[in-house]
Write a protein that binds this ligand. Structure first.
Ligand code: NDP
Length: 364
């Protein structure tokens, strides 16, 4: 399938001359994107609630406003609040203040792709989605490394949406490695599949052999150091980025290469099974089933339950114990994870279809 790639030469910054860009949400992405765009010579203002994020924007030298006021002043606005609150923020603080041919830019396609936000037809709607964490969006520009972005036009009301897309992408640093043109739907599906298809399969494949070795009598501290804490895996991933998954094997000594390549074939059958599950996961994302599931109340209770259990039993507790024994700093990102309330469980229990799954988590 053909793809269009854009680089810095494709973006013309003069398109942005005299315009005001509002960054709504001065968080992970917001701060880095605002700094990059200002460095590109564009007038940037910040829309954020009046709290420490706004203070940070002021310290960085930006004019700051409530989101609705920033939208009123802006020709182009980047909606960089978390995806879960975007619909509410858009409905109350953005939509009423948009002007004809305003431009709205999303850094992730979810709310547009699944129809949770339907922008008015008289504005341009763009996707500039960095394939990079917030801090990296700034650092990779400062250190010259650059980063990839997924970019696209969802709605072209002005007839100039593509020019604006390329100019804004360049300003934010999104063409520094390459801007890869895709739709909101494609970006969203790739993102969700990474989370649901690739991520969990990889972590299961990492966790199970650790349990196998611990059960076989190897000290759990040694096992975890060998497989994870040594950082060897991290270097392998870096090498995969730099050289390719296949090519990086060539960095290993010959015995390691032989072991890896010859034993790799033994996983063929199990990979077919994994693939079968991944195909189902992909279909469920593509047909909107996952988005519908996530919007429903029972999923929120299920989520609380799984998160609570994952943080306290099974592999989570093994890691906690090992880290403590090795004198590593205690990290518990889920320390405050609440157990679902009686009322939530009660409401969930009424839903028969979810019951079996619920029991399964309880036994986990
Ligand atoms: P953050 O969680 O860092 O953004 C928080 C910002 O949103 C803060 O400025 C916060 O300010 C504001 N905010 C939070 N809740 C509300 C609310 N209810 N009303 C108004 N403002 C609110 O988000 P990210 O930067 O991580 O994500 C922004 C977008 O970028 C998302 O679409 C995400 O998918 C996308 N993205 C994120 C990446 C990442 O690595 N994080 C990578 C690529 C894309 P305050 O609470 O002070 O109001």
């Amino acid at each position: 399938m053909g793809v269009t790639l854009y680089n810095e030469d494709d973006g013309d910054l003069t398109v942005l001359k005299g315009i005001t860009v509002a960054i709504c949400g001065y968080g992970n992405q917001g701060r880095s994107q605002a700094l990059n765009i200002r460095d590109a010579g564009v007038n940037v203002i910040i829309g954020n609630r009046d709290d420490e994020y706004r203070v940070r924007a002021q310290k960085d030298g930006f004019p700051t406003f409530d989101i609705s006021e920033a939208v009123k002043q802006a020709d182009a606005l980047f909606l960089l609040v978390p995806d879960e609150v975007q619909k509410d923020v858009f409905t109350k603080q953005v939509k009423p203040f948009l002007r004809e041919h305003s431009v709205i830019i999303f850094a992730h396609g979810y709310n547009i792709a699944f129809g949770l936000i339907i922008p008015p037809s008289n504005i341009d709607v763009l996707l500039i989605a960095p394939r990079m964490i917030g801090i990296g969006v700034r650092e990779c520009i400062l250190n010259g490394e650059g980063y990839f972005s997924f970019i696209g036009v969802h709605q072209d009301a002005s007839g100039k949406a593509k020019d604006k897309l390329l100019a804004l992408s360049k300003a934010v640093g999104g063409l520094s490695k390459a801007g890869i043109e895709i739709s909101f739907e494609q970006e969203t599906i790739l993102d969700l599949f990474t989370e649901q298809g690739f991520g969990p399969a990889s972590s299961q494949i990492m966790m199970k052999p650790i349990e196998l070795l611990v059960e076989a009598g190897y000290p759990e501290e040694a096992v975890l150091v060998e497989l994870i804490l040594s950082g060897n895996m991290k270097h392998s991933f870096m090498n995969m980025m730099d050289l390719g998954i296949v090519n990086q094997v060539g960095l290993l000594d010959e015995r390691s290469q032989y072991g890896l390549l010859s034993r790799g074939m033994r996983y063929k059958e199990i990979i077919e099974e994994v693939l079968h599950i991944q195909k189902g996961v992909l279909r469920h994302i593509e047909d909107g089933g996952f988005a519908k599931e996530w919007e429903r109340f029972p999923s929120k209770v299920k989520f609380k339950f799984i998160k609570f259990m994952a943080s306290r039993v099974g592999f989570g507790s093994l890691e906690k114990r090992v880290r403590k024994n090795l004198g590593l700093p205690e990290v518990d990102l889920w320390a405050e994870t609440p157990y679902p309330t009686e009322e939530e469980i009660e409401r969930k229990m009424r839903l028969q279809r979810e019951l079996e799954e619920f029991k399964q988590y309880k036994e986990f």
